[in-house]
Design a protein around this ligand. Structure first.
Ligand SMILES: *Cc1c(COP(=O)(O)O)cnc(C)c1O
Length: 377
């Protein structure tokens, strides 16, 4: 039987809430289910304000606008990330300054950030890879010293914490993804989290096509009009209703993923002891959400051979992120500060194993057995 790389999570309650949304007679943005999802996030993640968006890409774009990024401003981030992390800032005319990652977590190397700062630097964008937090204490203290904004790309970090605080709530702005490939989904979807409620008014204007419609709906102004630059960053109610069903099962989904992650770890531990592969590292203070389980092979040739070996048994692993600085657009819009010691090398060794809600113990044991047989262990 085929073991796919990913299956979008389904709890069974989605049609019930979607039917309710239809009965509510309002399918456009900011209806009851959107509000329920936002309130749920604000409560569970202890964050002053959360907005659903049509994607994490859009949440990042809103954050770039809220951070006041202007043409020529510089934004520091890792090169080992999804394109949207960089693209959202390039849309505002920013120059992207990439720095290297740490080989243990694949997160931005916090010790490389300070020397990348120039007079033009406006923001730092930590990406919490695999739902494992960056070294936020160091990043936040650098940002405070140089008066830089911190935008967390927490697309993969929903339900993860750093020293007890939810990822996405530590920086000025936090961005979540509810894409099909993430832990909780609405097909396409995302959220923007604000640390400071003072940014709320501007966020609402940006999200509502540059109008003060949100204020109007609260009865704070008697007519609504165009007040600033904006776009349409609201998802429809059907998507929110779908997501709401998943939020109701958030702990069950998280626990099932962690169980799968732990089984992978136990089953592959012997291969790490023999130094055939490396397993993921979760630093102390970080509670992760089992967004992914990856291993590292010796090099790209071995990874290619292992992928073929697994696919012969219809087990579908995956790898990703051509480092952005070496991409076509990356060469146009960015520079790499310092040395690329780990970004390229580690990205070529990393292999993601099947991971989704509903992946069972037999699937995992079949996969790990097949990996052990590749290494003749
Ligand atoms: C998935 C992902 C995104 C993009 O999320 P969308 O909701 O698809 O826009 C951005 N950054 C990272 C790190 C991601 O994993």
């Amino acid at each position: 039987m085929m073991i796919p790389f990913n299956q979008p999570p389904v709890t069974g309650d989605e049609p019930y809430y979607m039917q309710k949304a239809i009965e509510n007679g309002k399918l456009s943005g900011d209806g009851p289910f959107t509000k329920e999802c936002q309130t749920w996030m604000e409560k569970v993640f202890h964050c002053p304000k959360a907005y659903l968006t049509p994607s994490c890409t859009h949440a990042l774009e809103m954050a770039a606008m809220l951070a006041g990024i202007q043409p020529g401003d510089e934004v520091i981030m890792p090169s080992y990330t999804f394109v949207s992390t960089a693209n959202a800032f390039v849309l505002q005319g920013a120059v992207i300054v990439f720095v290297d990652i740490r080989p243990d977590t694949m997160n931005i190397d916090e010790t490389q950030i300070e020397s990348a700062i120039t007079e033009k630097t406006k923001a730092i964008v930590p990406v919490h890879y695999a739902g494992v937090a960056c070294d936020m204490d160091t990043i936040l203290s650098i940002a405070a010293r140089y008066k830089l904004k911190v935008i967390e790309d927490a697309a993969q970090g929903v339900m993860s914490t750093y020293k007890g605080q939810a990822l996405g709530t530590l920086g000025d702005y936090g961005c979540y993804s509810f894409h099909d490939t993430k832990n909780y989904t609405s097909g396409e979807g995302g959220a923007l989290l604000l640390k400071d409620k003072a940014a709320q008014e501007q966020a609402e204007i940006i999200r509502e096509k540059g109008t003060n419609r949100s204020k109007f709906l609260r009865g704070q102004v008697d007519k609504y009009t165009w007040v600033d630059v904006g776009s349409s960053y609201l998802p429809g109610e059907l998507n929110a209703a779908y997501l709401y069903a998943q939020f109701q099962h958030a702990d069950a989904i998280n626990n099932a993923r962690l169980k799968a992650w732990n089984t992978y770890y136990e089953e592959l531990r012997s291969l790490e002891e023999t130094k055939d592969i490396e397993l993921p590292v979760v630093p102390s203070g970080c509670e992760h959400n089992a967004h992914m389980f990856y291993i590292k092979t010796q090099n790209i040739e071995e990874r290619t051979a292992l992928v073929e070996w697994l696919k012969k048994d219809e087990i579908m692993p995956a790898f990703h992120y051509v480092p952005l600085h070496s991409s076509e657009a990356g060469r146009k819009f960015s520079r790499f500060h310092g040395k690329d010691r780990f970004t390229t090398q580690e990205s070529e060794r990393l292999l993601r194993l099947p991971m989704y809600y509903g992946l069972n113990q037999e699937n995992i044991k079949e996969t790990t057995k097949r990996i052990r047989s590749f290494y003749k262990c």
